[in-house]
Ligand binder design. Sequence first.
Ligand code: PA5
Length: 462
Amino acid sequence: MLPIRFDHTHAMTPAVGEHGLSESELMALTEPSVRALESVQARRSKDLRWLDLPYRDAVRKAILDYAASVRGRFENVCVLGIGGSALGNTALHTALDDPFHDLFPPKGKPRLFVLDNIDPELITPFLERVDPTRTVFNVISKSGTTAETMSQFLILRAELVRRLGEKAHRDHLVITTDEAKGILRTIVGREGYRSFGVPDGVGGRFSVLSEVGLVSSALLGIDVEALHAGAAAMDQRCRTPRLVENPALLHAALQFLLHTRRNLPMAVTFAYSHRLRNVADWYAQLLAESLGKKHSRSGAVVHRGPTPIRAVGVTDQHSQVQLYAEGPFDKWFTILAVEEPEKDVPIPLAYADLEAVAYLGGRTLKELFHAEREGTRVALTDAGRPCAEIALPRVDAHTVGQLLFLLELSVAVMGEHYDVDAFDQPGVEAGKIAAYALMGRKGYEARRAEIQGAVGAGRRRI
Ligand code: PA5
């Protein structure tokens, strides 16, 4: 299996001058990186059990057995979930299935819908157009209380019961929630729905390689064994304490140093791969929700956190790159590259007398795509913008497994560098509580009164 490569040449001063890092600055982070890695690994069998997800063979088998048992029965798989309970599913689907899979589903394979919004202008057309009796709904909520997911569940459950009856509707629901706790687990017990557990120590944004990401993937026929094998290979590779040989440590060190020593708070993940565009989206949540924190681990008010930005090459060359190359010095870049895309398209020869177009003839889109990626990287580094590159030999389940694990471990290590708890999300919880209060949930009356008082007072609206 081919390893992905991490290249930090163009994040260093010889390539980008004063905005890059010197060798000595990077090396000075060796000891903190080793300590960070040790501290993350020490929690492996305690509260960071997501590190061991790639080795859960029995769980993977149970998921594959379930997928095999329903193969051919459903036209659609629909994930009801949000945040960490949705982004990984989308990322895996777009990375590992054909880009037009949902428009032209391959024979015997279902389409995937990920309803990670409750906007009625999304849900109404979904209900009008997608036949629930031909769909299996994978309801994913670790907490089992998220209002968005639970309201979708109630809507779709009622629709299934209306169409199929109390008994038969159950075959159309598969629930992924906490192994033991939560209302959704209670509902599973009451209804007898097929279910999978989210183990303790696996937070939403670190759950893509758990039941959260694997159930929909297995239903779509994604090679989840290779996905886990790739993640395990990256796990082994990242055990080394040698900073310059450990891609997760290197990536974390660049993020932390470029932010805090070079004042580059914005982290652009520039996916030069249509397939990896949603991995960039998934990573945006991982970085933002893990590191964007008010408090340090000792409780001091720090307001830390890099700002993730996602971009897609070549599309965003014609949208964002002007800003990236000439705007403020506040960004650094991680380019996701694919060295040998499986497919290629020849560009026909034509208009030999018109040089501005003739040079394209006889070349291929793979060559042009590569030239555009390298061209952007050159333009950015010439403009003094630090760039790292994560290069996948090709996009397949093994390399995507490597990539996801690399980024998860890197963010865990960043949590140590930034000295924040990378595994909680109090800011998200605050929004959830406010929504419960506004929806009249019992027990949240005082919060409701507070919010209504604040909203009413001094409103400026035209
Ligand atoms: O990463 C996280 O923890 C969050 O994004 C959650 O995944 C999200 O809030 C949904 O939570 P739950 O799975 O409990 O419904």
